[in-house]
Design a binder for this molecule. Structure first.
Ligand SMILES: Nc1nc2c(ncn2[C@@H]2O[C@H](COP(=O)(O)OP(=O)(O)OP(=O)(O)O)[C@@H](O)[C@H]2O)c(=O)[nH]1
Ligand SMILES: [Mg+2]
Length: 230
């Protein structure tokens, strides 16, 4: 067993998963794919690459996929737990840079919205949506993190073990914001490392109105709880 586990949630990523796994094979990491019964055969591709797949019945959401994958990582005692998308948005070359910072903070975030962070292929609308969500979360929750919705991260096992991940309720990209809050609440330190985020060229986005709506509702509710105490 290696020290680091890369947890990759997948739903219909047959066009991009193979090349990602090929690149990860050069790194000193184990890989675990959480596939929600992708009808396109994503899981078969992973197994053909010799990669372990947790296959679940039907699409159960990103949050639930990460909870399942993180629990396995903790049970096995990995020192570093890495999360990464399978759609080509997160690059292995950036992961290599992020891994150089292991040990300097409990949570390393591959960030689009710090100096030298970049985005490619994104519509102005998606850029505005992401920036607005981050700005709103920071105003309401004072997180002090430029990219709280980022899904490209390295958690130390020690921090993740303290985070009671099974009680994280969010399902969409709000999951990332809730995990950021929880990390800070448990005394975790956070550092952001600039990455180049490339919007998917293949496959279908799972971003939806429901996912954005969940974030607005939850952030607002957490903001009220902060102001009125709990
Ligand atoms: N296991 C599992 N994986 C999921 C689910 N929803 C999305 N994913 C995966 O999570 C990663 C991020 O999902 P994306 O569709 O890229 O979502 P996004 O990054 O917010 O939106 P786009 O990049 O615009 O498509 C990808 O690897 C998806 O395949 C799900 O319900 N279950
Ligand atoms: Mg994506």
């Amino acid at each position: 067993m290696k020290k680091s586990l890369v947890v990759i949630p997948t739903y219909n990523e047959v066009e991009s998963i193979g090349s990602l796994l090929d690149e990860l094979a050069h790194l000193d990491v184990d890989v675990l794919v959480i596939d929600d019964g992708s009808p396109d055969g994503t899981a078969q591709i992973c197994r053909a690459h010799g990669v372990e797949v947790l296959e679940r019945n039907g699409k159960q959401g990103l949050g639930s996929a990460y909870r399942a994958g993180f629990q396995i990582a903790l049970d096995r005692g990995y020192e570093n737990i890495i999360e990464m998308d399978a759609d080509g948005s997160h690059q292995v070359s950036d992961l290599v840079k992020m891994m150089e910072w292991i040990g300097t903070a409990d949570l390393l975030i591959g960030s689009r919205w710090v100096t030298d962070g970049k985005i490619a292929n994104w519509s102005k609308f998606r850029e505005l949506l992401s920036k607005s969500a981050n700005r709103y979360a920071n105003i309401v929750l004072s997180l002090g993190v430029a990219d709280t919705t980022a899904g490209f991260r390295i958690y130390s096992g020690a921090l993740l073990a303290k985070m009671d991940i099974q009680t994280i309720a969010s399902e969409g990209y709000c999951f990332q914001i809730e995990m950021t809050r929880r990390a800070l609440a448990r005394g975790g330190t956070i550092a952001e490392i600039p990455i180049t985020f490339i919007e998917r060229e293949h496959g279908v986005s799972k971003m939806s109105f429901a996912i954005a709506f969940e974030a607005v509702v939850r952030i607002t509710a957490w903001g009220f709880l902060r102001i009125f105490g709990r």
